[in-house]
Design a protein around this ligand. Structure first.
Ligand code: NAD
Ligand code: ZN
Length: 411
């Protein structure tokens, strides 16, 4: 696909009816080339492996500096191995650790990191920011790297399942503001993302489950084969299974990343706002930070997906059999289907916010058969109420008994 076919409007003047005086009117257009690699590299921290060193611009001969942003938990678990690796490759890291979790995605941390980069005097092109941590650490470090002198190169090393299949794969960075997820953020490509599944061995079970939510999302909207694979394997897909790297978990990770990149690559800057990968991200961005006790990102996405599964069923887009398969997989993965904060009123408000995010239309992706998404623009509060009731019935074990009243409900 050429740049021209992606956004032909950019070449046209905005005001076609105004006179253009020679010498007093200019039109600028330019294309930004973006290229980065996402690679799975086992044994990334083994001093014999040159991949991370090369990503930092080091070859082991001359001293090389980089600015390392590391999640505190990852620092305590892998800090020594990271230091040993950098020493072996004559890399002098400027170390900056940040807390894991949503609390790190705050403007204060962007400012602190900026101050630390200034103290280091990081060179603008040849020294990298290297982010090592979960999605929160990557979002924060990526955003700061994109802002510092309007952009310094950065390298991502995601260490959670969610980071490896989602946050580490695209070009979005962000921090939270005013109880809203990613209200401030940038599109900023890394130079490279290096994924070592061995990091997953120490990830807590709840955070593995959290990452599974984004994998289930990809299965539901673009990859029916991944869905079947997950149905067969989900209870056994734990931290050790991913870290050991048997054929099945490898295929799950590989399909999830490939499916995500296939969706992102032609629409990296979200020129098109109908995005299948926004599945499960319609209501959740407004509600994730309101839940008490807090929900993890993937948990909020799972509840949003459950509502969307029921909405699709209510519209006749998803058979009862597939509806139950979808809800069954979310539940089998250990993810929640409901939460007290997901009320009809709050969901309706969250949808209104999504409309602003999606430039005036709902553009809600719903599954029209497992592995396929269609977009709808006319979801009503009544439908949301019925969808919530349907999911609640299913969650209580009375599945199948409360098909949402709708003329078109498939069975
Ligand atoms: N930019 C994007 O495109 C994108 C996509 C999806 C999600 N996200 C964002 O990602 C964030 C969630 O990411 P997450 O689920 O990785 O959460 P996280 O970064 O908070 O990490 C989860 C927990 O795991 C710990 N941890 C990290 N690596 C570990 C390891 N190897 N061993 C043991 N513990 C480890 C962290 O300290 C933290 O406590 C959310 O803020 C979400 O908005 C961004
Ligand atoms: Zn997400």
């Amino acid at each position: 696909m050429t740049a021209e076919t992606l956004s032909p409007d950019i070449l046209k003047p905005v005001w076609t009816d105004l006179p253009r005086l020679p010498g007093l009117n200019w039109r600028v257009h330019a294309w930004q080339r973006v290229g980065y690699e996402v690679s799975v590299v086992r044994g990334l921290l083994s001093p014999d492996d040159p991949t991370l060193a090369h990503a930092c611009g080091a070859d082991g001969t001359a001293v090389k500096r980089c600015f390392v942003v590391v999640d505190e938990t990852v620092d305590s678990l892998y800090g020594e191995a990271l230091h040993d690796y950098f020493t072996a490759w004559r890399i002098e890291p400027e170390w900056h650790s940040v807390p894991g979790g949503e609390d790190s995605k705050e403007l204060d941390h962007v400012v602190e990191m900026t101050d630390a980069m200034m103290r280091m005097g990081i060179l603008r092109r040849s020294e990298r920011v290297v982010a090592v941590g979960g999605g929160a650490c990557l979002d924060l470090a990526g955003m700061t790297a994109s802002l510092y002198r309007r952009g310094v190169p950065y390298v991502r090393v995601p260490t959670t399942l969610l980071g490896q299949v989602d946050a580490g794969v695209g070009v979005k960075t962000g921090i939270n503001h005013g109880n809203h997820k990613n209200r401030l953020g940038t599109y900023y490509a890394p130079e490279t993302t290096l994924i070592d599944p061995e990091f997953l061995r120490t990830v807590e079970p709840r955070h593995i489950t959290n990452g599974l939510a984004e994998i289930i999302k990809m299965a539901l909207v673009v990859d029916p084969a991944l869905f079947s694979l997950l149905e067969r394997s989900v209870p056994g897909l734990d931290a050790d299974a991913f870290a050991d790297g048997g054929p099945l978990p490898v295929e799950v990770i590989s399909r999830a990343i490939a499916g995500m990149l296939d969706e992102l690559e032609p629409n990296l800057w979200e020129t098109v706002l109908e995005r299948a990968v926004d599945y499960g991200h319609t209501f959740s961005p407004s509600l994730e930070l309101l839940a008490d006790p807090p929900l993890l990102h993937g948990e909020a996405v799972a509840i949003d997906m459950a509502v969307c599964v029921a909405l699709a069923h209510g519209r006749g887009m998803l058979s009862l059999h597939d509806t139950e398969r979808a809800l069954g997989l979310i539940r089998a993965a250990g993810l929640p289907l409901t939460d007290p904060v997901f009320t009809a009123d709050l969901l309706t408000g969250a949808l209104a916010d999504a409309v602003k995010h999606r430039d005036g239309l709902q553009r809600v992706p719903l599954t029209s058969g497992i592995g396929r998404a269609d977009f709808v623009n006319d979801i009503t509060p009544r439908e949301i109420t019925r969808a919530l009731e349907f999911v609640a019935s299913y969650a209580e074990g009375a599945h199948g008994v409360r098909v949402p009243e709708s003329e078109g409900a498939a069975s």
